[in-house]
Design a protein around this ligand. Structure first.
Ligand code: SF4
Ligand code: MG
Length: 338
């Protein structure tokens, strides 16, 4: 499988005249064509900022100070080096994005038809009739039963679920190679959530679109993704296949996230949540391991030295000092059997 998006050593700093500190550090993510990849973490983990960096939409005070984001479509390009107008060509046609609250992404002043076809106009040269038909077809494909009627309506006339369907239609109408979905179902009720996730899965298979799913909800990752990166305080702390993360989670933070979703399904148990909050960037600067203030296994060195990302299996890595002992034991074992 060809890699479609390759994020290498991405670091982002907050930078003003008065101060500068790191927010996102050493992010490495590889997404193959047609792959469904998840980034999971609590709010404040930097997952949305990572997606904004891919789209070249970071606010001015945030500065990519290291790393590259390579997109491999018709030609290979490093998105961090593109100009605003070059990036506009990429957005919508090669990568598109859907957000948690479609109301903020849809313009209340324009009809669905106007907004849906606007995307097509920017990137293609179809006639008006062709575009109208494509719009109607796309709305049908996202499960809207009266597409011609909906074309004439304004965003406020639609329910939350319908608006999210329209957003998906807008995101997919130009057949992008990558769809970034940032908490696409968080604002919806549970039954609609499941429908929208199914729809995204189905359409991405149909259009050969890869998905980068960004969510605080490990349950959503389980339903949609093949691989997952767990983010905490601006870093990836664990990365592997979804199966391994669920069955053999290695990092204390991932284990905490899993306990909270497992207790959710178990009515007899009290709802578990990891105590405390993600520290803010100006606080995690001086911590060795950024999870040390909340980790039940924290040792003295965790507060002082940053742990490396250990490759604990071929396709499974975890950033925690606890793996050092395992690794030493493994080295001892392999030397003794040689
Ligand atoms: Fe916990 Fe230390 Fe591992 Fe960090 S390095 S997750 S504080 S045990
Ligand atoms: Mg977010």
């Amino acid at each position: 499988m060809n890699p479609l998006l390759n994020i290498e050593n991405l670091s982002i700093n907050y930078k003003t005249k008065k101060k500068e500190f790191n927010i996102i550090k050493d992010i490495n993510i590889k997404i193959d064509e047609k792959m469904k990849y998840g980034i999971v973490g609590e709010s404040g983990s930097g997952k949305s900022l990572t997606s904004l960096a891919i789209m070249n939409l970071l606010p001015d005070v945030l500065d990519i100070n290291e790393g590259s984001i390579e997109l491999n479509t018709n030609t290979k390009k490093d998105l961090t080096t593109l100009s605003k107008s070059e990036m506009r060509n990429v957005r919508g046609s090669e990568i598109s994005m859907i957000f948690q609250e479609p109301m903020t992404a849809l313009d209340p002043l324009y009809t669905i038809q106007y907004q849906l076809l606007e995307v097509l106009k920017i990137h293609n040269n179809y006639s008006k009739e062709e575009m109208y038909q494509m719009g109607v077809d796309m709305l049908e494909r996202v499960g809207i039963s009266r597409p011609k009627q909906i074309m004439k309506e304004y965003p406020h006339q639609l329910s939350g679920g319908m608006r999210q369907r329209v957003m998906i239609a807008m995101a997919l109408i130009c057949q992008p190679k990558l769809l970034i979905a940032d908490e696409p179902t968080t604002a919806l009720d549970v039954t609609i959530q499941a429908q929208i996730l199914d729809l995204m899965n189905e359409l991405s298979d149909l259009h050969n679109t890869a998905i980068l799913m960004i969510t605080h909800d490990l349950g959503v990752i389980l339903e949609t993704c093949e691989r997952v990166a767990v983010m905490y305080a601006g870093q990836i702390v664990e990365e592997s296949t979804v199966e391994k993360i669920f069955e053999e989670a290695a990092h204390p933070y991932t284990k905490g996230l899993l306990s909270s979703i497992r207790s959710l399904g178990n009515k007899s148990e009290e709802l578990y949540s990891i105590p405390g909050n993600v520290p803010t960037p100006d606080h995690y600067q001086d911590l060795g391991c950024r999870f040390a203030t909340r980790c039940p296994y924290a040792m003295e060195r965790c507060f002082e030295q940053e742990p490396p990302l250990y490759q604990i299996q071929d396709d499974h890595s975890s950033k925690c000092w606890l793996h050092e002992e395992e690794e030493e034991a493994h080295d001892r074992y392999t030397t003794s059997v040689r």
